[in-house]
Design a protein around this ligand. Structure first.
Ligand SMILES: Nc1nc2c(ncn2[C@@H]2O[C@H](COP(=O)(O)OP(=O)(O)OP(=O)(O)O)[C@@H](O)[C@H]2O)c(=O)[nH]1
Ligand SMILES: [Mg+2]
Length: 352
């Protein structure tokens, strides 16, 4: 399946139906009076998050979405029916912006969440509406109003809790393949992965957590080099990053620095995102050199020791997952404390 994460669409709400002019004509009822009904409202256009969609691919082929117009009013004061609303399904994690101003209109994250993007026009009034003591036979009626129309920019940001990042060939796809049921392409050359892959990893509690394997980042990714830039936005919503390093690389510390620098350059809070530094492919490093390598890496990560794994031989994966679940648990707790602290805390020794 093609992965499309950006789209532009035009939406047009329905026009309101016109009010009409009519007079009641019945046997034995002379001068029956005005009876023109009102027009129905035009249908609205709404976007709705749907958990079954993964990409914005549908919008690549269809770009104009219009809701039904309202129907004009009828005789005998009958109001015309309103136009049906048009509900457009989008994947969870879709940000909606006005394409002209880029102002954010909404962010559809949970399934079923919806956003009104174009309101239908009001129906016109029939002449029955204008009956008054002065004017017993009004000929006035109004037309329905046009519905709103907008040009929208849709942007999908994946909702993965854990992002796996690293240079090309570090083994990111191999890792997600051993941890989950995802089956991305794995090969011995850089840029095997061209689009993010999602995989669900089971927690000990049985719940699933979504991991994302992001295409390899290279120096300059934040400015558009390689494939990284297009996909850095998908890391924005992750809560924890697994930074994978190839232990067999010539200079592991240089590799670490390249990716760290790209996260900082990209910004959007990525530089401060909690992350686990993980040395992969430890099966290719002689055991006696491994400790020294881990020490060198830890000196460049604030003293934190990297986790040691081999995705290919499934070594160290349990310990890695324990660490991931711990990090997520700590973040949940921090979040809970933040939500429960209704009043801002004063500094303990603040003098008045
Ligand atoms: N020896 C060894 N090889 C590994 C290990 N993990 C991955 N590889 C190999 O490394 C190569 C690259 O693996 P991928 O999983 O495709 O790497 P990637 O990080 O997804 O690469 P891109 O998609 O290009 O960014 C493949 O040939 C894998 O078989 C490991 O633990 N040990
Ligand atoms: Mg890959």
């Amino acid at each position: 399946m093609q992965f499309i994460d950006q789209a532009r669409i035009a939406v047009r709400a329905g026009r309101g139906g016109d009010g009409i002019m009519a007079f009641r004509r019945e046997k034995y009822v002379p001068a029956g009076g005005p009876s023109g009904g009102d027009g129905g409202r035009g249908g609205d256009v709404l976007l709705e998050a749907d958990a079954n969609l993964q990409t914005l691919l549908d919008f690549h082929y269809r770009r104009l979405f219009a809701a039904d117009d309202g129907t004009k009013g009828g005789a005998n004061r009958c109001s015309g029916p309103s136009g049906h609303h048009l509900v457009i399904k989008v994947p969870c994690g879709t940000e909606v912006r006005d394409a002209r101003t880029t102002i954010l209109l909404g962010d559809l994250t949970s399934p079923g969440e919806s956003l009104l993007v174009a309101a239908g026009g009001r129906g016109g009034l029939g002449n029955a509406h204008y009956l008054s003591n002065r004017n017993r036979a009004p000929e006035k009626f109004t037309e329905g109003k046009e519905g709103e129309s907008w040009l929208l920019q849709l942007e999908l940001k994946l909702l993965a809790e854990v992002g796996i990042i690293g240079l090309p060939n570090a083994g990111k796809s191999t890792l997600i393949a051993v941890l989950s049921a995802a089956r991305p392409k794995i090969a011995d050359y850089p840029f095997t992965t061209l689009v993010p892959n999602l995989g669900v990893v089971r927690r000990p509690s049985g719940d699933g957590t979504v991991f994302a394997d992001i295409p390899g980042l290279i120096a300059g990714a934040s400015r558009g080099a390689g494939l990284g830039h297009a996909f850095l936005r998908h890391i924005e919503r992750t809560r924890v990053l697994i930074h994978l390093l190839d232990a067999g690389s010539e200079d592991v510390v240089a590799d670490l620095k390249v990716v760290e620098a790209e996260l900082t350059a990209y910004g959007h809070g990525l530089e401060g995102r909690p992350r686990l530094v993980v040395l992969n492919k430890i099966d290719v490093v002689p055991p006696e050199e491994l400790e020294a390598l881990a020490d060198t890496v830890s000196q460049h990560c604030g003293g934190y020791r990297p986790l040691l794994i081999s995705a290919a031989t499934s070594k160290g994966l349990d310990a890695l997952l324990v660490e991931v679940w711990n990090q997520l648990k700590e973040l949940d707790e921090a979040q809970r404390i933040l939500e429960n602290s209704s009043t801002p805390l004063l500094a303990p020794h603040q003098s008045s």
